[in-house]
Design a protein around this ligand. Sequence first.
Ligand code: TTP
Ligand code: MN
Ligand code: MN
Ligand code: MN
Length: 365
Amino acid sequence: DQYLEPSTVETVSQYACQRRTTMENHNQIFTDAFAILAENAEFNESEGPCLAFMRAASLLKSLPHAISSSKDLEGLPCLGDQTKAVIEDILEYGQCSKVQDVLCDDRYQTIKLFTSVFGVGLKTAEKWYRKGFHSLEEVQADNAIHFTKMQKAGFLYYDDISAAVCKAEAQAIGQIVEETVRLIAPDAIVTLTGGFRRGKECGHDVDFLITTPEMGKEVWLLNRLINRLQNQGILLYYDIVESTFDKTRLPCRKFEAMDHFQKCFAIIKLKKELAAGRVQKDWKAIRVDFVAPPVDNFAFALLGWTGSRQFERDLRRFARHERKMLLDNHALYDKTKKYLKKKTTNNYLALNDVCSDLSEWHYKG
Ligand code: TTP
Ligand code: MN
Ligand code: MN
Ligand code: MN
C-alpha cells in the first residue's frame, strides 16, 4: 500500500487546457482577490502581473478542494511569491491588505466604473479620469466630449447591459436568433458559444457563431440577420465589423489574437414578463455578439469563441510550447512546416481532434 501512495498524488498541469474545468469553485475567497489584483494590473498596463494573477486564479478554480493552509500550495504550478503572499495573507487574516488598498483606490474605482460602459476602453477611461471626473453623470454632462455611437448606446442602456444575462434570457435570445436565421438560410448552422456554451449560469452577453454549410454563402448572413432583426423592431444597436480574412497570413503570436471573421456587436431588445401591478418597461437590452466564419474555419472559430479567455490563452501556449504548433481562431499551423493543418471533410470531427489532443493531428500537405 505504501508503494501505491506516490501515484495518488495528483500533479496539476500549468496549462488550463489540461486541467479539469468545473463550475464549482472551492477557492472563491482567493480567486476573487486575484481577479481584483489582475484587473488593477490591467488598468495600470502591467501585463506580466495581470497574467500572473489570472493564471493563479484559473489554477485555484480547478482544484477539487479548498486551500486551507500554505502546505496545500506545495507542488502547485502558476503560483509565484506575489500570489503566494496574497493567499497567505487571506489564510491568516481573512483578507489581503493589497486587495483592500486596490478596492479603496480612487483610480481603480473610477477606471472600473468608466470601462463598465459598453464602448469605453482603458484609453478613454483614463482620459476621462485625467479630466477629474468620477461619475458617469459628470462625464455625460461634459459637452466637450464627443461620444461614439457605441458609447451613446452604452450610456443609454447602461443599467440593462450592466445587469447579468441569465441562462433563460440567453435561451430566449437564442430562439429569436435561430428562428430569424432559418428564414434567411434554412440550412444555416447557429451555435451558442462563449460562457453559456461552457455551462455558465449568467454572463455579460450572449455569443453566437453562424455559418452556412456551403463555403462563401456565409458572407450574406449577418447583414440579412441584422435587417430582419431591425424589421422586427428589436435591434437597439449594431456594429458590423467586416471580415479582414487573409489566408496567406500566419497566426498572430499575441495572447489575445483577434480573428478576422466578419462579426457584429449588437444590443437586442428582449421582451420580458412584467410583475403584476408594477410600472416598468416590458423589455431588457441584451448585448449579443455574432460571428460568421466560413464553414472551413468553423471548428477553430468555435474552439476560440467558447473560451474561457484563460483556457484559450493556455491552449495556444500549449500548442506553441508543447507541440510546436500555432493555434488561432482560424486554424492550427505547424510551426516547422508552415503548412495549414486543416481537415476539410468534417469540421466537427476536426474540433474533437483538437480538443482531445493536438498531437493526434496528422500532417497533410
Ligand atoms: P466573451 O463574450 O467576451 O466572454 P465569455 O462569453 O467567456 O464571458 P461573458 O459571460 O463575460 O460574456 O468572449 C467569448 C470568447 O470569445 C472568449 O473566450 C474570447 C473569444 N473572443 C475571440 O476569440 N475574439 C474576439 O474578438 C472576442 C471579442 C472574443
Ligand atoms: Mn467596456
Ligand atoms: Mn460572452
Ligand atoms: Mn462576447
